[in-house]
Structure formats: structure tokens, C-alpha cells
Write a protein that binds this ligand. Structure first.
Ligand code: XBP
Ligand code: MG
Length: 256
């Protein structure tokens, strides 16, 4: 029974890149404008809307909460799907224009994992085209054994479906996996799938409850740009494979 780290599963939005405030939120607003709607999601309002995973689900939540009288032409689901396609078009444009870069340490840790022969996977609520665009721009799609995104599972985070999907597809031992996440929804999803989780916070999530995380840091850090430890025992300045390996080995001694 090995206790060696086998796989890193990365969340995307807020973890690989800070995509929400200046990416998805801006794309939603551009989509509203293009659709002739006078809606605007401010930075503050978006903090509330982000409690709902999934752009389509977030739009429906917004209508229920703020525009209960709104009646689209035709079916609500069709209206939301069309508006979300419009938003995705603008979001992809933002990514292509380089508006959103990777967070500190993301590329470094992924490259270290490859050299160490550790399997890499993606588990995200965002739509697949968004993930492909980001990975193709800054990393390499082939580095990831599985890219699980958006509607591939029936229930989005905080449900564990997307992590169960990755574990099943790669036949992983959950005790030898570490998840990198940024939000309470993401942490809840990974924990429900029985996975050790490291959280890298951002301005939208730093006040959330991460008590079940193995470690909470400001970001993954770089040798010349140390991360800040917010919760958990970690003496290093940046997360590397050695540090994550010891996390799994300590856990396995505690668990068995
Ligand atoms: C974050 C989400 C996504 C994005 C928007 O995903 O909840 O819904 O906010 O993307 P994760 P879509 O943190 O799991 O990467 O509009 O394509 O859903
Ligand atoms: Mg996220």
C-alpha cells in the first residue's frame, strides 16, 4: 500500500488564475449589454452571486433574487443558455487578449509535478472552452490526464460529482491525491469526495470557512515571492512537490 502522492487535481477559477472579478464578471456585463439588457453586476454584487457555482445557475439565481418579475421571450432555460453563450464569447476574447494571467506558483508547481511523474488533472465548474483556452495559452493541454469541466457532471460544486468523476476516470487512490482549490464551494466538493485539499485564497474567498482544508495559503508562492500561510502547518515560502508529498505521507500515517 503506497502512501506516495499520485495526483494533483487543480480547480481553475480562482486557483490557476484570478478569473472572476476582471474576467467572468466583465464578460457577463458585456453579454448583458450585447443582449440589450440594462443589467450590471458590480464587484460587490458578484461576491454574492459567486456563492452559486456555474454561470447558467448564477444567472437564474440573479433573476430569482433580483428580477423575479422578469419574463424572457420564450423558455427561461433557452434565454439563459443563449445569454451564457454570449458571455462565454466575451470571456474567451478576454482570455485571448491576455487580460487574465496565471496566479503565482501555478505554472512552476505544474511543471515540477510533471518532472516528478505525478498525474495532473482539472476539476472545474467553468465551461470547457474556457479551460481549454486558458490551458492552451499558458500551459499545455496534454499535461493533464483528465480535464473535467462544467456540465460534464449533473451537479456542480459544492457537490462532489466533478471530483468523483476525475477519481473514477483515472482510477485514483483518494488518499494519494491533493486538490488545489480557492473557494468554500470547491473545498466542500473535494472534502465530500474524500480528498486532501490545499486552498489558495483570493479577494472573493479569503473570508470563507476553510476549517476542513489541510492548508490555507495566500497563493502557491514562488522562490522570490513567498506565500503567506493563513491556516495549517507549513514552514516553506512556496508550495512544491516535496511539501505536498510530505502532506500525503503525514496524512497516511494519521489515517492508517
Ligand atoms: C468557478 C465557477 C464558474 C465560473 C464561470 O469555477 O463557478 O461557474 O464562475 O464559468 P471553478 P461559467 O472555481 O470550479 O473553476 O460561466 O462557464 O460557468
Ligand atoms: Mg474556483
Amino acid at each position: 500500500m503506497s502512501n506516495q502522492l499520485q495526483c494533483l487535481i487543480f480547480d481553475v477559477d480562482g486557483t490557476l488564475a484570478n478569473t472572476e472579478r476582471d474576467g467572468h464578471r466583465v464578460a457577463f456585463n458585456r453579454g448583458f449589454q450585447a443582449a440589450g439588457l440594462d443589467w450590471h453586476w458590480s464587484v460587490d454584487l458578484y461576491a454574492e452571486l459567486l456563492t452559486v457555482s456555474g454561470g447558467k445557475e448564477r444567472l437564474k439565481y440573479f433573476l430569482r433574487q433580483y428580477l423575479p418579475e422578469f419574463k424572457p421571450d420564450g423558455e427561461l432555460n433557452d434565454f439563459v443558455a443563449h445569454l451564457h453563450q454570449l458571455k462565454t464569447k466575451y470571456y474567451l476574447e478576454l482570455l485571448r487578449d491576455g487580460a487574465i494571467g496565471l496566479r503565482p506558483g501555478a505554472k512552476r508547481l505544474i511543471e515540477e509535478a510533471r518532472v516528478a511523474g505525478i498525474t495532473l488533472a482539472i476539476a472545474t465548474t467553468t465551461s470547457l472552452p474556457n479551460v481549454i483556452e486558458l490551458l492552451e495559452k499558458y500551459l499545455d493541454l496534454d499535461w493533464f490526464a483528465v480535464i473535467a469541466a462544467g456540465d460534464i457532471v449533473p451537479a456542480k460544486k459544492p457537490a462532489p460529482d466533478i471530483y468523483h468523476y476525475v477519481i473514477k476516470r483515472l482510477e485514483l487512490d483518494p488518499d494519494r491525491v491533493i486538490v488545489l482549490e480557492d473557494s468554500d464551494n470547491g473545498l466542500e466538493s473535494a472534502i465530500a469526495a474524500g480528498l486532501t485539499t490545499v486552498v489558495t485564497v483570493n479577494s472573493y474567498t479569503e473570508q470563507q470557512d476553510f476549517s476542513q482544508a489541510a492548508l490555507v495559503v495566500s497563493d502557491l508562492g514562488e522562490p522570490e515571492q513567498p506565500c503567506r500561510v493563513i491556516q495549517g502547518n507549513f514552514a516553506g515560502n512556496y508550495l512544491d512537490i516535496a511539501g505536498l508529498r510530505s502532506m500525503i505521507e503525514i496524512n497516511s500515517r494519521v489515517l492508517h
